[in-house]
Ligand binder design. Structure first.
Ligand SMILES: Nc1ncnc2c1ncn2[C@@H]1O[C@H](COP(=O)(O)OP(=O)(O)O)[C@@H](O)[C@H]1O
Ligand SMILES: [Mg+2]
Length: 401
């Protein structure tokens, strides 16, 4: 085992697979890339292949059920861990087939796994609550099915060191997307939205990053609820475009406690999932508002754009100017959300990460390929200024084939 990693240390470049599925639990996004160098300006990522493997419906439904606070039984979580491991292995092997690259030519897999529960630590004046987080997708299964060393379970070490365990992607945003001339925000709109502030000439420890709140999560849950599961999301923002925003419902949503909490902070389904969505839906239908389904989706879409813009105004602008917002994640494919965001952020240039060589659907899987390589080379991968951890930590666990 030591030998394998000694060999990696001697090579200047590494071929790495990154596997990621976010809180939307829609698909496993897989990338194969060659990574060389280190540090800002030094790290280079060449994307060789990309593959997105949708979860089969039965598995997605079981994952979403297990994510609810009333959740899955320990037997269900146990079985899901192995099933998700199989799904991740399938995605990795499909990626390799697509790329034409043999598994012997791949040095490492970095697998984020599927978050099933994320309970951030909270410090208050009278209480202290330790955080906990659980990502499923058994790495032993992935190592067995692919024959490639796997690095997994990235979040736990940061959390054990007092951090939020999230966000971890800012480390890679800093390396790949920062600029010497432009003050940038890297914004990922997945199920949850998170931002990384990259001031021009900024130092690593000056980087701010946190979850702003919902990304597509409320929109997806509303659409799923109202179409009785027929649709999983508002494709191209069509429902939102045909609906009207309900100001009362928007106001009710805006009362969510998370939005006022200062960073470092992270969130998930526990705060913006199905329970919140149904509560808002019921609130809307019980308060004398006759709200059409499309109006609810329009309201949730504006709410999402506003929470992102407000988080930037409230928590980033006091620290420095913003010239550009670089968007990634599936939310970048929702033109209504993107237009509302541009409107809320008038004066700031809003574009997508593809323009910087990072395809929107690949950013997070690239990030876990980079983080796996950092671990394999013995370098820390968390950003304490973003997670609140006591210091830099070597992330993840290693499973050899
Ligand atoms: N064509 C589209 N129109 C609108 N929304 C889309 C489109 N394609 C993807 N999305 C949204 O993107 C989400 C998936 O984004 P993703 O970045 O994979 O999130 P996560 O990291 O949480 O899995 C979907 O659930 C959906 O809400
Ligand atoms: Mg996804």
């Amino acid at each position: 085992m030591v030998e394998h990693f000694m060999r990696l240390k001697e090579k200047p470049a590494h071929r790495v697979i990154g596997l990621m599925s976010g809180t939307s639990a829609d698909a496993i996004d897989a990338v194969l890339c060659d990574i060389s160098g280190e540090g800002r300006g030094g790290l280079k990522v060449k994307l060789l292949a990309e593959h997105s493997q949708d979860y089969p419906d039965f598995l997605r439904n079981r994952i979403l059920r297990a994510c609810e606070p009333s959740g899955g039984s320990s037997a269900e979580v146990c079985e899901l861990n192995f099933l998700i491991g199989e799904a991740f292995s399938f995605a990795a092997n499909a990626l390799l087939d697509k790329s034409g690259v043999g598994k012997d030519a791949v040095d490492l897999i970095g697998s984020h796994g599927q978050t099933i529960s994320h309970i951030p630590p909270r410090t208050g004046s009278t209480t202290f609550q330790l955080g906990s987080t659980l990502q499923l997708g058994e790495p032993a299964v992935i190592a067995e099915r692919t024959g490639i060393p796997v690095i997994s379970n990235f979040r736990t070490r940061d959390m054990a060191a007092g951090g939020q365990g999230a966000p971890l992607v800012p480390f890679v945003d800093y390396l790949l997307l920062s600029s010497d001339t432009s003050n940038r925000i890297a914004l990922n709109i997945g199920g949850i939205s998170n931002i990384t502030y990259l001031p021009a000439h900024g130092r690593f420890d000056e980087t701010i990053a946190f979850d702003t709140g919902p990304g597509n999560m409320i929109i997806d849950a509303m659409v799923h609820y109202m179409t009785q599961g027929e649709h999983a999301f508002d494709r191209d923002g069509a429902m939102a475009a045909s609906g009207a925003v309900n100001p009362k419902l928007l106001h009710a949503m805006s009362q969510h406690d998370y939005l006022k909490r200062p960073p470092p902070k992270s969130t998930g389904r526990e705060e913006f999932g199905v329970e919140f969505t149904i509560k808002m839906y019921d609130w809307g239908t019980q308060n004398g508002c006759v709200i059409m389904p499309r109006d609810i989706v329009a309201t949730a879409t504006l709410f999402t754009a506003i929470t992102i813009a407000e988080a930037l105004k409230q928590f980033v602008l006091p620290k420095g100017p913003i010239d550009e917002v670089i968007v990634s994640g599936g939310g970048a494919l929702n033109p209504v959300l993107m237009a509302l965001l541009a409107k809320e952020l008038a004066g700031v240039q809003v574009g997508i990460s593809d323009a910087h060589g990072v395809p929107i659907k690949a950013k997070e899987s690239i990030a876990f390929a980079v983080l796996a390589r950092e671990t394999a080379l013995g370098r820390p991968g968390n950003m304490p200024s973003a997670t609140g951890a006591a210091g830099p930590r070597l992330l993840g666990q290693i499973t050899l084939p």
